[in-house]
Structure formats: structure tokens, C-alpha cells
Design a protein around this ligand. Structure first.
Ligand code: NAG
Ligand code: NAG
Ligand code: NAG
Ligand code: NAG
Ligand code: NAG
Ligand code: NAG
Ligand code: NAG
Length: 395
């Protein structure tokens, strides 16, 4: 396996120099059209739905999902362990995870602590490794999210979930190992109370936070990683050392979806809560003008970019860069996404034309695991597994 068994510097050098191996640095293409309903080589399948019953005790909520997905989850965790051993080859990392990380679960807020223990019990995977897997999502998610409003005031929210950056490149068939292995773990979760949907999410089985979710009729929410010097590592170290007043980002999004009853309440919560790591929250409501990108540092909200269709801002796009800064030249998914949104025009925006935008390279790239489309007023939510074939940007 490439990546595995090689020292850190080789992996990093390989990743950083990788684009230079191509004669043409351009992985872009013209904006796609008529790609919806999903079909063809970039569409790899639909995503199964599971009910998570919030009326059950937290430790039992994930039993059914885990009984069906534990093998796939073990495969991914095995790869993560291989990688950890490649970075620090003594085998010590996993020993620490298995023996020393376990107590950290008890420091997490309810119900997440209980849920993680339940997942470990139901899957037979050591609790420390389940925790590691949950921390991984908080750190390695790069994405493109869009909220758009059509001429009638209807709101659409969609995203590509790109995951697995730097986590081992498979030279044989040019793909990221973890990105591939994650696809069978993608599920739609229907969180219910009293047998009624409270919210839905697109998740990786085994992760208890939320990166994409919809509260039908009320709001939609996605979260993107924000890289910053004041990064997640500091917050996680502080947590380990005992300073625990910051909230894990995926727990905050889950709390908002589970317990906020309006767009405004969710927005306030996302703006004001102290976090463990910087993040972008992309929130859409059910009324005209209700849509925003919230740029967060750990302690503060740096910017709120609101929809304003009358003022010409009929959509907002967030990748993994602050909107007032240029994206990295090698990783500009924002300009192509805006170009395609501009070409589509507000007159013709819909879930199917947004799917076209998200199917255009390099917005679709080698890290893309799935595309999620949400329409809040009808409570519609659809997820599709994706594959970028041929000459694609590696991220
Ligand atoms: C709107 O989008 C559809 C689907 O991509 C396309 O077939 C149609 O020509 C577009 N209409 C206009 C007015 O641009
Ligand atoms: C662990 O799982 C078993 C079944 O696999 C179940 O009987 C037991 O109650 C579970 N324990 C806890 C603490 O959830
Ligand atoms: C690449 O190979 C891996 C393992 O052999 C497989 O799981 C994956 O689906 C392949 N990816 C592509 C894009 O063919
Ligand atoms: C939910 O539905 C199941 C069967 O459909 C029923 O047994 C159960 O009592 C219901 N639970 C609640 C809280 O209404
Ligand atoms: C969401 O918006 C639709 C369309 O405007 C409206 O019919 C519906 O009542 C709204 N839902 C809620 C819960 O406000
Ligand atoms: C939502 O609120 C209920 C009732 O207060 C609480 O039991 C539950 O843990 C909360 N959910 C989250 C994710 O915090
Ligand atoms: C898209 O349109 C907006 C508003 O007219 C403009 O500010 C932006 O520069 C355009 N972006 C691209 C990439 O075409």
C-alpha cells in the first residue's frame, strides 16, 4: 500500500509535488449540464437510509447501523492505523489510542459520550479507535457548499463532501485509499422522536457529529473545515489537558439540528458558541434571505455572509477559504463554482442545475465521496456517491 510504511516526509513531499507530475495543471472543464438525474461514470450509487431513534438510550441508538456496517468501519479504521504507524512506526500510536484515549470519551458531553461507547460495544471496535475515527472527521474534511435562492424565494442547499486528503494515495489506480474505503460507509440518517423525523443527515457510519443535515421546513446546515494557524490541534490538546469549554464542531451542528427550532436560533448558536477548532458553517433557512456562511475562529465569529437576493447576492459558496482571501492557486474550487453558478443564473437554479455545478471538475475531484442536495420547504434530501474518473484534480 502506498503511504503505509513510508516516513512522513516522503508522504508529504509526494503529496505536495504530485501536481507537478502533470504536464497540464488544468483540471477544470466547462460547466456541466444535464447531469441530473445522476447517471454515468461519475455516479457510483445511491445512499441507504437508516433510522436513528432518539427515544432509545444513547448507547443503543446505533446498534442496528453498526451491526450492518461494522466490517466496512473496521476496514477504514485499519487503514487509519496503517497510516498512523507509517507516521510513527513503533506501533506506539495505536497502543496509546487503545489504552490512553479511552478515558477521553467520558469527558465528552452527553449524549455523545454514551453514543460512542454504544458504537464501540455494537461494532466490537475498541472505544479509543472509535474516538480517533470521530476526531478524524473534524480535521480532514474539505468540501464545497452552496446555498441558493430561486426567483420565488425557494432555498436550495447542496454540497460535495471531499474527504481523505493526505491519507494515502493508491498509485495503482490513482485514488485516495480512505476516500474509496469511506464510500460504503456513507448513509442517510433519519433521526426520529416519537417515530417522526426531527432531522436528517448524510453521515459516515460510526461518526456521531453532523457535517450535512436538514431540519425539514426549518433549516439546512453544512460544515466545512477551515484551515488556520489557530487550528484544531490546539483545541484538541487543550481538551486532553483538561480545558473543556470549547465545543466539538460536529457536536455543535448536531445539537443545532436536534434542538434548535428556527433558522435564527440555529444561527445564534453557531455564531456564539466557543469552538474547539475554526470552521465554516453554511446555514440555509426556509424564507427569502435566510442563508449565510459563518466564518468562525475558535473564539469568535469573523464574518457572516448573508444572502440578499434583492441586492444581487442570490447564492453563497464556501469551499475551505475565507471569502476575503484568494484560495490557494492549486486548490481553487471557488472560482469555477461561482462561474458555473453565474452561468446558470437565478432564473434557472434548481437542485438539478446545482448538481451540474457540483459535477464540474475540479469541484468534483479525487477526494469527492458524495454529493448531497437539500430543499428545505419540501424536506427533500438526496445523496449520491461520486467518482471522478480520468484526469481529475487530486483535491
Ligand atoms: C435551464 O437548465 C436546464 C438543465 O440544465 C437546461 O436544459 C435549460 O436549457 C436551462 N434553461 C435556461 C433558460 O437556461
Ligand atoms: C453491548 O452489546 C450487547 C449485544 O451486542 C448488549 O447485550 C449489551 O447490553 C451492550 N452493552 C451496553 C453497555 O450497551
Ligand atoms: C482502486 O483500488 C482499490 C483497492 O484495490 C479499490 O477499492 C478502489 O475502488 C479502486 N478505485 C478506483 C477508482 O477504481
Ligand atoms: C413507533 O412505532 C412502533 C412500530 O411502528 C411502535 O411499536 C412504537 O410504539 C412507536 N413509538 C412511539 C414512541 O410512538
Ligand atoms: C417553509 O416554506 C414553505 C414555502 O414557503 C411553507 O409552505 C412552509 O409552511 C414553511 N415551513 C415552515 C415550517 O415554516
Ligand atoms: C437535545 O435536547 C434534549 C432535551 O433537552 C437532550 O436530552 C438532548 O441531549 C439534546 N441533544 C443534543 C445533541 O445535545
Ligand atoms: C459571479 O457573479 C458575481 C456577481 O455578479 C461577481 O461578483 C463574480 O465576480 C462572478 N464570479 C465569477 C467567477 O464569474
Amino acid at each position: 500500500m502506498p503511504g503505509a510504511g513510508k516516513p512522513l516526509c516522503c508522504i508529504l513531499a509526494f503529496c505536495l509535488l504530485w501536481p507537478l507530475c502533470f504536464s497540464s495543471p488544468a483540471w477544470g472543464e466547462d460547466c456541466r449540464s444535464k447531469t441530473y438525474p445522476p447517471a454515468g461514470p461519475t455516479f457510483k450509487g445511491t445512499v441507504p437510509t437508516y433510522i436513528i431513534n432518539l427515544d432509545l438510550p444513547p448507547s443503543r441508538r446505533w446498534d442496528k447501523l453498526m451491526s450492518e456496517k461494522k466490517t466496512e468501519l473496521k476496514t477504514v479504521i485499519h487503514s487509519i492505523k496503517d497510516l498512523a504507524n507509517a507516521f510513527i512506526p513503533s506501533g506506539k500510536v495505536i497502543e496509546i489510542v487503545d489504552t490512553k484515549l479511552v478515558w477521553l470519551i467520558s469527558t465528552l458531553p452527553y449524549p455523545f459520550n454514551e453514543e460512542l461507547k454504544g458504537i464501540a460495544n455494537a461494532s466490537g471496535i475498541p472505544p479509543g479507535e472509535i474516538l480517533l475515527f470521530n476526531i478524524f472527521y473534524e480535521i480532514f474534511t474539505v468540501c464545497t457548499s452552496i446555498v441558493a435562492e430561486d426567483k420565488t424565494g425557494k432555498l436550495y442547499h447542496a454540497r460535495n463532501l471531499d474527504f481523505g486528503l493526505f491519507l494515502g494515495w493508491n498509485v495503482k489506480n490513482s485514488s485516495w485509499i480512505i476516500t474509496q474505503e469511506l464510500k460504503p460507509l456513507v448513509v442517510t440518517l433519519d433521526f426520529q422522536r416519537n417515530n417522526k423525523t426531527v432531522f436528517k443527515s448524510t453521515n459516515f457510519a460510526g461518526y456521531v457529529g453532523i457535517v450535512s443535515g436538514i431540519k425539514p421546513g426549518i433549516f439546512t446546515l453544512t460544515m466545512n473545515e477551515r484551515f488556520s494557524l489557530d487550528g484544531g490541534y490546539i483545541g484538541i490538546f487543550e481538551w486532553i489537558l483538561g480545558r473543556r469549554d470549547g465545543m466539538w464542531m460536529g457536536f455543535l451542528t448536531r445539537t443545532a439540528l436536534e434542538n434548535s427550532t428556527s433558522y435564527q436560533e440555529a444561527k445564534d448558536q453557531l455564531v456564539k458558541t466557543r469552538l474547539l477548532a475554526p470552521a465554516y458553517f453554511i446555514l440555509g433557512g426556509n424564507k427569502t434571505g435566510e442563508g449565510c456562511v459563518i466564518t468562525r475562529s475558535r473564539l469568535a465569529t469573523l464574518d457572516i455572509w448573508d444572502l440578499d437576493a434583492n441586492g444581487g447576492t442570490w447564492y453563497v459558496v464556501e469551499t475551505n477559504y475565507d471569502r476575503w482571501q484568494a484560495p490557494l492557486v492549486l486548490d481553487d474550487r471557488r472560482t469555477p463554482a461561482m462561474k458555473c453558478m453565474n452561468q446558470t443564473k437565478q432564473e434557472n437554479i434548481s437542485l438539478s442545475t446545482i448538481y451540474d455545478v457540483l459535477s464540474t471538475k475540479p469541484i468534483l475531484n479525487k477526494l469527492t465521496v458524495c454529493t448531497t442536495l437539500m430543499e428545505v420547504s419540501e424536506g427533500r434530501s438526496e445523496s449520491y456517491l461520486r467518482e471522478c474518473i480520468g484526469s481529475c484534480s487530486p483535491w
